[in-house]
Design a protein around this ligand. Structure first.
Ligand code: KMH
Ligand code: ZN
Length: 281
């Protein structure tokens, strides 16, 4: 594992699960996304994990809206732009592959299917390989999403089958606390970290809902990086909804500073993840 003293902070501001009507502070328009990107960068984020919404604030994989989001966030910030290829549980696999046409710096790549609340988040082996190979071809760096310990094992098989990602680095993100997947506990996180293949160069973690703060603290203590945002957690403190994604980033950054692992700059994040600067292509 690469030894890095700072902390990579990814913000996942929107997701596909929460309705705007239930949480009006959720950034669902392009203007809100761009404003969120700027404020979160200033607060210490270096990567943004984007899901886009349509005019009715519903999750979409519309090609034009995805491209518009990539261009606008790139113009307004220096953040590493990562598009979700997970979309919502209702998105077809073919549409999820087309996400790469929007030319992001990075894309999520979930390493297996999982129960996801009352739904199933489908990631069959053939889809994972197709997505991985397409990302390699397009010089897009995948972030491997691990919802379960079986996904860590599948990552081993993926690397054996497809080789290393473009850029040569392997960054994974443990998504813990999804009902139906691995719990948001320190024990589960540590079991996952212990199973990581040696090719992994960095890892981050996020805890859904109540697991948010314990997993954040555990990841920092264990040398991991952080993902925060309203995709994963809509409550800032008991009885107090998140008002802006930036406050989650600010709190994570403060803890990282306290732990002597301050937030990485966007340049340091690109180096850590092996991401090329698309603005110079
Ligand atoms: N919305 C979930 C079904 C990803 O972004 O790649 C999938 C998800 C993972 O959020
Ligand atoms: Zn996502």
């Amino acid at each position: 594992m690469t030894s890095v003293h700072g902390t990579l902070i990814t913000v996942a501001p929107t997701g596909a699960e929460t309705a705007k009507a239930d949480l009006p502070a959720l950034p669902t328009t392009l203007e809100e996304l761009v404003e969120t990107a700027s404020r979160c960068e200033a607060a210490g984020a270096s990567v943004i994990h984007i899901h886009v919404r349509d005019r009715d604030h519903r999750p979409t994989l519309d090609a034009a809206l995805l491209r518009e989001a990539v261009v606008a966030v790139r113009e307004a910030s220096d953040l590493v732009v990562q598009l979700s290829t997970g979309g919502s549980v209702h998105d077809p696999l073919a549409a999820r592959l087309k996400v790469l046409d929007a030319d992001p710096d990075s894309c999520s790549l979930t390493c297996g299917s999982t129960n996801f609340g009352d739904d199933v988040f489908l990631n069959p082996w053939g889809f994972m390989v197709d997505l991985y190979r397409l990302a390699q071809e397009r010089r897009i760096v995948p972030e491997f999403e691990l919802f379960d310990l079986g996904h860590v094992h599948a990552l081993r098989r993926l690397i054996d089958t497809c080789g290393l990602p473009f850029g040569g680095k392997v960054h994974v993100d443990f998504v813990t606390g999804v009902p139906g997947a691995m719990p948001g506990t320190i024990q589960a996180l540590c079991a996952g970290v212990a199973m990581l293949p040696p090719e992994v160069t960095s890892w981050s973690a996020t805890g859904i809902g109540r697991a948010h703060l314990p997993i954040l603290a555990a990841a920092l203590a264990a040398g991991g990086h952080l993902r925060v945002g309203m995709e994963d957690n809509t409550v800032f403190a008991r009885g107090r909804p998140v008002e802006h994604n930036a406050e989650l980033v600010e709190r994570a950054a403060s803890l990282a500073v306290l732990m002597q692992r301050p937030p990485l700059t966007t340049g340091q994040a690109r180096e850590l993840l092996g991401i090329e600067d698309r603005r110079t292509r």
